[in-house]
Design a protein. Sequence first.
Length: 232
Amino acid sequence: MQQTRTKERNRYSKNRKAMKKMFLFLLVVSALYFLFHSEIFNINSFSIKGNDLLSRKEIIEISGAKKGTNIFNVNLEEMEEKIELHPVIKDAEVKRVFPNSLSIEVQEHKPSAVIATQGGFMLLDKRGYLIEQVERISHIELPVITGVDVKKNVAPGDTLSNKKLYPALRILTSTEPDDLRFVAEIDVKNPACINLYTHSGIKIVLGDGERIGKKIETAKKILSQVDKQVEY
């Protein structure tokens, strides 16, 4: 009799545990269904940070994100990869912001100069990486590199490899962006005699590429003391 009662209690305990497991399973399924189908989690806004060259609209379009999509139905890694495929973007991070927003933070390649190409002008960084093509440069406060022949088939995302360009890149890497604000043009047609031109047309003869930083610092000091127009 005692043995029968023990078996019944064991059977009851097992059934109770099975019921609990089933209840938890159904609860999880219901919760997942709610998360993936509830309009509460549908995207209705975006937070964009770090963009300068690309607009907010462009970044959202590149990411492929769309309003009305459930926040749990977006693949964050895939979205980051899409954004980073754009030549302007160096790095991207996408996060969910509950209940219904996406945060997209990007790091763009930083332009340091402009160079003329067959199709117009290109922004490039200190490594010679081509960031973006622009039709006009009147609104861009960056030095223009001249004296370098650029191949026809170059495109944003390429890195220029040209011996004549190296002296210009040395100037960009040897200085801070603010140090070159007075420079309108970097002429490297003759690498042994590099010339800079200010926005007012003053010619600065740097000579070769040695001691670039010191030479530019000296040129800045001299220019600050000039109280009349000079040729060079």
